[in-house]
Design a protein around this ligand. Structure first.
Ligand SMILES: NC(=O)c1ccc[n+]([C@@H]2O[C@H](COP(=O)([O-])OP(=O)(O)OC[C@H]3O[C@@H](n4cnc5c(N)ncnc54)[C@H](O)[C@@H]3O)[C@@H](O)[C@H]2O)c1
Length: 357
């Protein structure tokens, strides 16, 4: 039985508590929040869990895992204290606010022999898993692009730009689909429309090896909620619409081919459109966090490797850093010069090529 403390009982924390409490291999022993009001809500909902406003009580407790659902600015310092006290940690996305912070946590965790999990919830959804399986199985052909629109009205974060807040979802989805392959170049354009607030609109473009390109449009100032991803391959295309109540994933047998023998003279007349069937596969209604919590319990009890580990968390933060650097340059592309990623990429690209990606 894994004994868990959940720290931060704001918007997301209650979901962590509910899912850890529902898992047979885990129990929520302690809930911590600096807000007496939030703690009162926790007490009412989970009377069997102890609660505290003091994080040092969590550090002194005998829990095995500390789940941190606090603003991103606190992730590093709180995770550092938990790790140094010999506790496994589940960090919310983004793992930290810099690669340097990620590296420090990774080193400390290795030293103490504890695990770091990062809550990249989307990679545990049946929809993302199906998209990744379609890509890995070769059904989509060679991957060409990923296009995501993630817009709605609010919630403006007090803590982070729209890029740091929303891009981790797409970056982790991409990381999962591409098996950890990193972009070689990132550009990001942002705008801040409200003085004293963080950028509320951003356009992020990622250039990957083999001419694969990804684009993410993020916006807290849109009249409607859109959560739509298109993953396009040479053979098929997948549309993942999170807001569709019935058919969240649709696979289209559509595409374009060039007329044989004429590939050197690109001309519209030589483009041939292929329009075939669409099907919407049945997908289980599993809650992503429940799948994730079950995996965490299995990792800790059976020594399994987590899907969203410190490496994925670090790769996502690395891209966010590059995006931030690009935004400061007005959107100029920033190249990935990290040597560690260059060597990781060649390994990942080779294994992805073997899997037909
Ligand atoms: N995985 C996901 O899909 C997902 C979704 C939403 C938010 N998040 C992440 O969860 C984290 C929290 O986001 P949120 O939207 O719940 O924020 P929130 O502001 O609603 O909640 C944060 C809570 O932390 C508490 N807190 C602040 N400082 C504290 C401290 N020192 N000790 C104890 N408690 C403290 C606050 O009182 C508040 O109740 C962020 O990192 C965010 O990126 C993840």
């Amino acid at each position: 039985m894994i004994r868990v403390a959940v720290v931060g009982y704001g918007y997301w924390g209650p979901n962590l508590v509910r899912n850890f409490a529902a898992n047979d291999g885990a129990m929520v022993e302690l809930i911590c929040d600096v807000s007496a009001k939030r703690l009162e809500a926790a007490r009412k909902a989970w009377p069997s869990a102890a609660n505290t406003t003091e994080y040092r009580d969590v550090i002194k407790s005998s829990v095995d895992l500390v789940a941190l659902s606090v603003p991103a600015a606190l992730h590093y310092s709180m995770a550092k204290d938990a790790i140094d006290a010999g506790k496994h940690v589940l960090l919310e996305k983004p793992m930290c606010r810099s690669v340097a912070e990620c590296d420090d946590l990774i080193e400390r965790a290795a030293h103490r022999g504890v695990r770091i999990f990062v809550d990249h919830t989307f990679v545990f959804t049946p929809q993302v898993r199906r998209m990744a399986a379609e890509a890995a199985g070769g059904n989509l052909g060679t991957l060409l692009y990923y296009d995501s629109v993630r817009i709605n009205l609010g919630l403006f974060s007090q803590d982070a730009s729209v890029t740091w807040d929303l891009a981790p979802h797409d970056l982790s989805i991409l990381d999962y689909i591409l098996g950890g392959v990193m972009p070689h170049s990132v550009s990001c354009t942002e705008a801040t429309h409200f003085d004293g607030h963080h950028p509320n609109i951003a356009y992020l473009t990622l250039q990957y090896p083999n001419n694969f390109i990804a684009h993410v449009s993020m916006n807290w100032l849109a009249p409607v909620k859109v959560r739509q991803v298109v993953l396009c391959g040479t053979q098929r295309m997948v549309v993942y619409d999170e807001t569709d109540p019935a058919e969240k994933v649709r696979i289209y047998d559509r595409g374009v081919t060039l007329a044989e023998g004429e590939t050197e003279r690109l001309h519209n007349a030589l483009i041939q459109y292929r329009v075939g069937d669409m099907h919407a596969p049945y997908l289980p209604n599993d809650e992503a966090l429940a799948v994730e919590v079950a995996e965490i319990a299995a990792c800790l009890s059976q020594g399994k490797e987590p899907t969203a580990d410190h490496r994925m968390g670090r790769r996502v933060v690395r891209i966010l850093e590059m995006a931030e650097a690009s935004a400061r340059l007005g959107g100029a592309p920033v190249a990935n010069v990290d040597q560690q990623f260059a060597s990781e990429n060649s390994e990942q690209t080779a294994s992805a090529a073997r899997r037909g990606r």
